[in-house]
Design a protein around this ligand. Structure first.
Ligand code: SF4
Length: 305
């Protein structure tokens, strides 16, 4: 879909030569919204198992996880190089020494050319960013912040325990440290209409992150959101593939060409999803969106002739 927006692969190609692949790892960190630092309940939609790839074993060492990933991907492409993806929970929540040991060990593994650190915008003290800035000279460091919405009222409703201003601040300080930034958002959160969702997109673009990531809200079993949904009190937008693809087209039209879009959808394991149940793989949605974009631009070009 690179004709319609900057794809993540194009962003990677600006930084790395040759093929690179993410290897997600789970190093057993927690999150301040669960361990009592900020709260214990977590974000209302969160069941971390729904967005951590199946088979990630925190009891395996970091190196074992990376080696397993490398072996798997190199069966197909022997020259493949890797981005170690600290994805689960809040990957900057812990003792600085322990965190830096993990990042440095990951960076030192054979074939690794970068690390991606998934975290919350309120968990990146200057001290950490300064050390990451140094590591970034040897091995690229990409920060990925779960921002979720630019509306503080929504952030309160979903119990994020951080504000939009903290996201703005984290992006600014990360850029000052020379680090590339990705921002993650969820579409369909409680109390948000389309106008609010697109305001979030605009506010995100104004920060010039290198990468944006979106996904549709899913109600996952065992979460506070599931209980709200089942009692009829969720006030959320449950997109269909059709309605969500319409929203994605509006998002695409607003994102400037220098910002890459990593993805639009996420599908939690189907046995964990209460709603919406699309019965569609991510690649099938991507294909559907591409077809709609093609059709849209074909019609638009007719208007010009
Ligand atoms: S979404 Fe992230 S910050 Fe929120 S509870 Fe889950 S792991 Fe913690």
């Amino acid at each position: 879909m690179g004709r319609y927006f900057k794809e993540y692969s194009e962003f990677l190609a600006e930084i790395f030569t040759g093929k690179v692949q993410k290897i997600p790892v789970n190093v057993g960190l927690s999150c301040p919204n669960r361990d009592g630092t900020l709260g214990r309940g977590g974000c209302i939609y969160c069941n971390n198992a729904s967005f951590s790839p199946v088979g990630l074993n925190a009891w395996q060492s970091l190196e074992e996880q990376i080696n397993a990933g490398r072996e798997f991907f190199r069966r197909k492409y022997k020259d493949m190089r890797f981005l170690v993806y600290f994805q689960s929970y809040t990957s900057t929540h812990g003792q600085m020494d322990r965190l830096m040991d993990l990042y440095r060990r990951a960076a030192a593994t054979e074939g690794t050319v970068g690390i991606i650190i998934g975290t919350r915008p309120d968990c990146v003290p200057d001290e950490l960013l300064n050390v990451l800035s140094e590591l970034n000279r040897e091995c690229k460091v990409l920060m990925e912040y779960g921002a979720e919405s630019a509306h503080n009222r929504t952030l309160e409703l979903i119990n994020r325990c951080h504000s939009w201003e903290q996201t703005v601040d984290a992006v600014k300080r990360s850029h000052e440290a020379g680090l590339k930034v990705g921002l993650h958002f969820i579409m369909g959160l409680p109390g948000e209409d389309e106008k609010m969702m697109l305001e979030t997109v605009d506010a995100a673009c104004a920060l010039s992150p290198e990468v944006l990531k979106f996904h549709q809200l899913q109600v996952i079993k065992g979460t506070p959101l599931a209980r709200m949904y089942e009692s009829g009190n969720a006030d959320i937008t449950l997109f269909t593939p059709e309605s969500y693809s319409q929203l994605c087209m509006k998002i695409i039209s607003r994102v400037p060409a220098h910002i890459a879009i990593d993805r639009f959808v996420a599908q939690a394991p189907s046995d964990m999803v209460i709603a919406p149940k699309w019965g569609m793989k991510n690649y099938q949605f991507a294909q559907m969106l591409e077809n709609k974009l093609k059709e849209y631009y074909k019609e638009a070009s007719k208007d010009l002739t």
